[in-house]
Design a binder for this molecule. Structure first.
Ligand SMILES: [Zn+2]
Length: 391
């Protein structure tokens, strides 16, 4: 055993060891026969999970690092771009045997990242101005936590729970208090008061109110314990007790308001998804979303050669030749054209076509500024705003 955890090292990924064996054989045969052909391949999802109408393209920064110092040219959409099934999102060009072994890793980087970012974007779109915090790192291998939470964040989550993930993104981690704190104190009031005494005042006081009693009375207990220090109450009501979650929140809101605590917010968590968020928006002010985001379905991207020795050439079922993806910035409609052409007509909405596939790597050098997670998130939120205008 040469490792404690069953994960690949950065070096193993970078050196092409995380590859399907058929690429190794592929390369061996072509090298034995002295075949070094210039090819171009493209990455497309021919369908999206669960018939999603759109998805968020993510994983670009890692793809740039994967291909850095590999003698290839890579073009991609900007990280965070909303795309649809059949949109070309990434192309790789070079001598086939120089980069064949990286296909497995490249697809893995974008398929999972894009799925997570998309689920986060769906939650944020449903929540609107209300905060969405990523709570689901615990459902996945801990080695993946920074990747999962970065993509949850760029997809639109306002915060992430895991400390190392937040540090790598460059934000403060978000969280409330675990049920365990209250159980170990064996008393809610003592636990709430101790939290308030010990934890830095910059951390918002969010009381978890479903450990022992009904949420409505739990909210009153939280007021008693924390008074004006109380920022929010969190309802993580177990499924077996939930009944009508919206109605429970409505009662909590009523009781808080009646006692002059209109500014105390209601934070919901536990098995949430975008549909449940839309349903709870009337009374909830913030959400913690776990498994729904961290275990997002992967986007089923595939990589296919579409040009060999400079000539359009592709397998059955694939359109050959280099292409450009154009998008109308106003209505987000997209259109594919041969690489050096532009759509003949303006978009029917009157908007301008913008070329979306742009150089990322040239001869192994990263040639594009890699935006921060915060900048990518803002780009996603901007597009979600555009989507809202169309819907
Ligand atoms: Zn348009």
């Amino acid at each position: 055993m040469d490792r404690l955890f069953h994960t690949a090292t950065e070096q193993e990924i970078k050196s092409g060891e995380i590859t399907d064996v058929y690429f190794i054989r592929d390369k061996k045969i072509l090298e034995a026969k002295g075949i070094r052909k210039q090819v171009l391949g493209e990455t497309v999802a021919h369908g999206l999970p669960q018939s999603w109408p759109w998805a968020v393209f993510a994983g670009v920064e890692e793809v740039a690092h994967l291909y850095e110092n590999v003698d290839v040219d890579v073009d991609t959409l900007d990280e965070g771009t909303l795309f649809k099934a059949e949109d070309v999102v990434l192309t790789v060009g070079g001598i086939y045997t120089d980069f064949a072994v990286y296909e497995t890793a490249m697809l893995g980087l974008i398929c999972q990242a894009s799925g997570i970012a998309t689920r986060a974007a769906k939650c944020k779109l449903a929540a609107g101005e209300r905060q969405v915090i990523s709570f689901g790192a615990r459902r996945m291998h801990p080695a993946l936590s920074p990747m999962i939470e970065r993509n949850a964040y760029i997809g639109g989550c306002d915060g992430v729970a895991v400390t190392k993930s937040a540090e790598l993104i460059g934000i403060q981690p978000s969280g409330t208090m675990p049920h365990a704190l209250i159980l170990v104190f064996e008393d809610q009031v003592a636990a709430f008061k101790a939290f308030d005494e010990v934890i830095d005042p910059s951390v918002k006081r969010v009381a978890l109110i479903d450990t022992f009693e009904d949420e409505k009375f739990g909210a009153l207990t939280a007021i008693r314990a924390l008074g004006d220090h109380l920022y929010a109450v969190r309802l993580d009501t177990p499924a077996s007790r939930r009944g009508n979650f919206l109605k429970i929140m409505q009662e909590v809101r009523w009781e808080l308001d009646l006692r002059g605590f209109k500014n105390v917010k209601i934070f919901a968590s536990g098995g949430l998804d975008d549909e449940k968020i839309a349903h709870l928006n009337e009374y909830a002010d913030a959400y913690g979303v776990g498994t729904y985001i961290s275990s997002a379905p992967v986007v089923d991207f595939s990589f296919d050669l579409i040009q060999v020795s400079g000539k359009p050439f592709a397998k059955r079922g694939k359109m050959s030749g280099a292409k450009q993806l154009w998008r109308c910035e106003r209505c987000l409609t997209s259109e594919l054209t041969p690489k050096d052409e532009k759509p003949a007509e303006p978009c029917i909405c009157g908007g301008e076509w913008v070329a979306m596939l742009k150089p990322l790597v040239r001869a192994g050098k990263i040639v594009r500024d890699l935006p921060t997670a915060k900048e990518i998130r803002e780009y996603v939120l901007y597009q979600l705003g555009q989507l809202k205008k169309i819907l």
